[in-house]
Design a protein around this ligand. Structure first.
Ligand SMILES: [Zn+2]
Length: 284
């Protein structure tokens, strides 16, 4: 938060310094926008091969083979989901929320990709459809499907409120991964990472730069769909914040399940994750 009364007086040329136009950090012209046509066409005659219903205030894991699609759908009522993705063959490679944000912006939609952590940095998944793409940014600066909000967790809750709450997305994801892999809770927790906040509506306040949330515009039937660029292990938590209109990290909010479906296209689609081309010599 910026102080209301800064300790230092503004210099004489403050207005000029503030008026400098911003430059996009990572121009993505070097990353050609994918042609979604072949992906959307590949859905014709696809076969659903798995379905997972994520209960409210819980998380579940799911597997998506490379070249398959997965879809997260709102059912029963507005609900936010926290998504983690791992390389199914190596949990050390996982979704890199920060670099995905640097490349694609604060909120993701169709055509954006979910990138993996260093030293991999390759495409884990491509978003092929988002029924909330009409939302864009509202008058508060809020958008949907953010990569800015990490995930709700019991440590922050304890820091701010002092309580013990066990159904934050961080804990839900930890329990689900431990159950799926046989890892201990402590081992599994190390693999839980910053999420894609599916359906969550968030932004930063214009005056103080604070992270805000507001009631998600998602309604039952809305979905976001992905194409897997590698064999993926996913985990999705139905956030205890429900539609995130008021509070999270408690059982107060109305919560609903989320549906995950995995589909195999009738014919294979190109688009597997290619290895990153950096030689990893780091100059030596
Ligand atoms: Zn949450």
């Amino acid at each position: 938060m910026k102080p209301d009364h800064p300790a230092h007086a503004a210099p004489a040329d403050a207005a000029a310094r503030k008026a400098v136009a911003p430059v996009i950090c990572y121009p993505v012209e070097g990353l050609p926008a994918p042609d979604l046509g072949p992906y959307l066409a590949a859905r014709e005659g696809w076969t659903q091969v798995a379905e997972v219903r994520v209960p409210p205030r819980e998380a579940r894991c799911f597997d998506v083979p490379a070249g398959h699609f997965f879809r997260i759908t709102s059912v029963e009522g507005p609900q936010v989901g926290d998504l983690n993705l791992w390389n199914a063959q190596d949990l050390g490679e996982r979704f890199f929320s920060g670099k995905t944000r640097a490349l694609h912006g604060t909120h993701l939609s169709a055509g954006d990709r979910m990138w993996s952590n260093l030293p991999y940095l390759r495409e884990m998944a491509l978003i092929t459809e988002d029924t909330l793409d009409w939302y864009g940014f509202d008058a508060f600066g809020g958008g949907v499907h953010d990569v800015i909000g990490t995930r709700c967790d019991p440590y922050t809750h304890n820091l701010l409120s002092g309580g013990q709450y066990h159904h934050c997305c961080h804990s839900n994801l930890t329990r689900a991964l431990a159950e799926r892999t046989g890892l201990s809770l402590a081992e599994a927790e190390d693999h839980v990472h910053d999420v894609l906040n599916v359906f969550m509506c968030t932004g930063f306040t214009r005056d103080t730069g604070q992270y805000f949330m507001k009631a998600s515009p998602v309604r039952p039937g809305d979905y976001i769909e992905f194409f897997a660029g590698m064999d993926l292990l996913g985990a999705l938590s139905a956030c205890p914040g429900g539609d995130c209109s008021t509070v999270h990290s408690s059982d107060q909010a109305a919560c609903h399940p989320l549906l995950v479906q995995v589909f195999r296209p009738r014919e294979a689609v190109a688009g597997r994750a290619a290895a990153n081309g950096y030689d990893r010599s780091h100059g030596l």
